[in-house]
Write a protein that binds this ligand. Structure first.
Ligand code: ADP
Ligand code: MG
Length: 397
């Protein structure tokens, strides 16, 4: 068990600078937050600390600026949206994350105020877990809290290096809740245990599937991840994404666990996302790629998922659902899982984009057992692997 923010006496927070790693990596359109689920899930921790008189410093990444300043990936719109959601007064924003200007912004805070610091990944030191960047981050705060469940599978400066520099490292309420539910799926899922994985972060997901496939009773694959397996079966997949280094492994897995693995049998294909879709039942033509599972696959997956028993764990959209004509497979699966839950199955869904797809499918938060803010992190944790950002937190004694 990890030490949480509730384990520290209330009077320990007054006036102190609390550095809170949050996961505000949310979909943005223009300067608007398109999906604020992750922001809302961070509110209990932020308000708890603010009410106890802490100076709350929020640090997060957004997107992939790769160590450079990318204006469209500023956290400013996120800070603005957070200001609308929070009940406590005053959300400020600092254009600097570390250094003199950031220190000054922190010094100017009153107890109970909240400051959002600019995107951590504008600095190359964040993803490199650079010791100097970690020290600069750590020097901003007196206490360290991690409530960014979605990034706990990464040993970056904000989730690992900086955390190590604090004598006490606390879990926030969101992390506490996530671990409570996901540890049940990890250790003792109701059977049958059905796992459905899609999405585009292919290497990450294949690595987690390695550990998860043996534990699951059924594995349904879709989205970008399916084509490495189909290519391993010898299917012609056109320009669909294939992770070459995993082909040998995929062949072995299909030989050993093929009975429980389901792959798309038909595909919605196009040359690019902007082109008109076509249906492919066998090989995918040269120059075309699959952007969604086809109707036959959707129907087969519906039959696999619709019973009200056991546990369903889903991460990763089945297609490029942001574009309406490639959204059908994802919407069908989302609604089928909600139906299975209504009938009594445990339903756990996670991932930034997967959660956004629930909105498109008009599935409500209350229609699932748990909606995790983590995709890769949830997948890795459920598969039995450790999360560096969780390991580094203090143990409850
Ligand atoms: P999550 O955030 O839920 O963990 P990922 O980040 O791995 O999921 O993947 C989400 C993205 O995958 C979505 O933006 C979706 O458009 C994309 N995607 C899914 N299937 C395909 C596909 N067949 N081709 C291209 N993109 C896809
Ligand atoms: Mg994603």
């Amino acid at each position: 068990m990890k030490l949480t923010i509730a384990d520290l006496a209330d009077d320990q927070y007054a006036g102190r600078r609390v550095l809170v790693r949050v996961d505000f990596n949310v979909p943005i359109e223009g300067d608007q937050v398109r999906e604020d689920y992750r922001l809302r899930r961070a509110v209990p921790t932020i308000e708890h600390l603010a009410r106890l008189g802490a100076r709350v410093l929020l640090i997060s990444h957004l997107g992939k600026p790769r160590g450079r300043i990318v204006r469209s990936l500023s956290l400013k719109p996120v800070a603005d949206r957070l200001g609308q959601i929070l009940h406590v007064a005053g959300v400020r924003f600092s254009h600097d994350t570390i250094g003199e200007a950031a220190q000054q912004a922190v010094m100017a805070m009153k107890p109970g105020e909240v400051l959002v610091l600019e995107n951590l990944r504008f600095y190359p030191g964040e993803e490199a877990n650079d010791p100097a960047f970690a020290r600069a981050l750590a020097s901003l705060g007196d206490l360290y809290v991690n409530d960014a469940f979605g990034t706990m599978h990464r040993a970056h400066a904000s989730t690992y290096g900086a955390a190590q520099l604090f004598p006490i490292r606390l879990a926030g309420f969101l992390v506490q809740k996530e671990i409570k539910v996901l540890s049940q799926v990890r250790a003792n899922p109701p059977r049958p245990f059905k796992v459905i994985v899609g999405g585009i972060k292919i290497a990450d997901k294949l690595a987690a599937l390695k550990a998860l496939i043996p534990k699951a009773d059924r594995v349904l694959l879709g989205g970008g991840i399916a084509y490495t397996f189909l290519a391993a079966q010898g299917m012609v997949v056109g320009s669909s994404p294939v992770e070459r280094s995993y082909l040998g492994w995929a062949t072995e897995v299909l030989a050993r666990y093929g009975e429980k693995i389901r792959l798309p049998q038909d595909h919605i294909i196009a040359r690019t996302l902007k082109d008109a879709p076509q249906l492919a039942s066998g090989a995918i033509l040269h120059g075309y790629r699959a952007f969604d599972i086809g109707p036959e696959t959707s129907l087969a997956y519906t039959h696999e998922l619709m019973q009200g028993e056991g546990c369903i764990f889903w991460n990763g959209p089945l297609g490029a659902f942001e574009v309406d004509r490639f959204a059908e497979g994802t919407i069908t699966v989302a609604r089928t899982i909600a139906l299975a839950h209504w009938r009594g199955a445990m339903a756990v869904v996670g991932g930034g984009d997967t959660v956004a797809s629930l909105r498109k499918a008009e599935v409500l938060e209350t229609e699932m057992t748990h909606i995790s803010t983590g995709g890769g992190a949830a997948l890795q944790y459920v598969s039995g692997q450790d999360l560096p950002g969780l390991e580094v937190l203090s143990e409850k004694t």
